[in-house]
Design a binder for this molecule. Sequence first.
Ligand code: IPM
Ligand code: MG
Length: 357
Amino acid sequence: MSKHIVVLAGDGIGPEIVGEAVKVLAAVNEKFGLGITWENQLLGGAAIDAHGVPLPDVTLDAARKADAVLLGAVGGPKWDTIERSIRPERGLLKIRSELNLFANLRPAILYPQLASASSLKPEIVAGLDILIVRELTGGIYFGQPRGVRTLENGERQGFNTDVYSESEIRRIAHVAFQLARQRNKKVLSVDKANVLEVTELWKEITTEVGKEYPDVQLSHMYVDNAAMQLVRAPKQFDVIVTGNLFGDILSDEAAMLTGSIGMLPSASLDQNKKGMYEPCHGSAPDIAGKGVANPLATILSVAMLLRYSFNAEAAAKCIEEAVGKVLDQGLRTPDIYTEGTKKVGTKEMGEAVVAAL
Ligand code: IPM
Ligand code: MG
């Protein structure tokens, strides 16, 4: 079976980090005889410049036909003021939605070598291994109506709609429970059920689904408390399942516990485990083109791609171990640099991972 990947480098640091990730992909492809092929397509600002839209049909068609998608990051100040409906981020949201990638897996794992790079005390984060399961194609990100309207008094008013149907909640809850079964068998569902009806339903449905998994311990927490607990005692968590917006916020917070958001990969999966893989961080326009971005989140996203979409566990492990080795060697991009380690750039880091495979 041949396996094909669409690579979307995107904007900002996207091309730099994806460049290194593809080197790693090429090396494991060869080493494990995986028979993977890939092609580049445009998404985000790069696509706007070339085609006038952030998700051109050619990109979407190629992504539909492919077995998996590897993405860098999209967006940047250059496109922040163009017409809202064709901004780079809309391209990202559209491809998630069009490919039905409703399950976003964001593991926050602390590499022991980076314990001192975390903003929390090493004993609070040592051994941290959390999996955030974020619903990705619903909620306030997609709810209608949305927009900015002008009221009768001439004042403008912005509005969005947070909406979840039972089936959407149910399918993401199943993903969380099934993943918890392969881990420590604990699911925390995060809501704001004391205020928002939409999350009251969320809580009700996750509770219902939880009854089908008596071996998994389910608990609930309001999002404000969850945000606090994440920095107070993060190791109490195993799998955290939540809606699109809360998941966006909590995953950035969890990322920081691991030392840097530059370390965190993610997988966005559909019902059949077809997926798009991308780092959790954004396009970081402030450091774009400087050769200093951390490519490890994207490299680790390749490992997730091999594991979830291609069932190539050995190759995935090999990449993860190689990342461990370069950290052991003391190599650090500026975002994870601490005294006594060796500061390297994007390319050096990527090449060190290839060498360590
Ligand atoms: C993420 C990002 C995106 C999101 C942006 C770039 C639209 O923050 O993947 O977490 O909000 O989903
Ligand atoms: Mg985000």
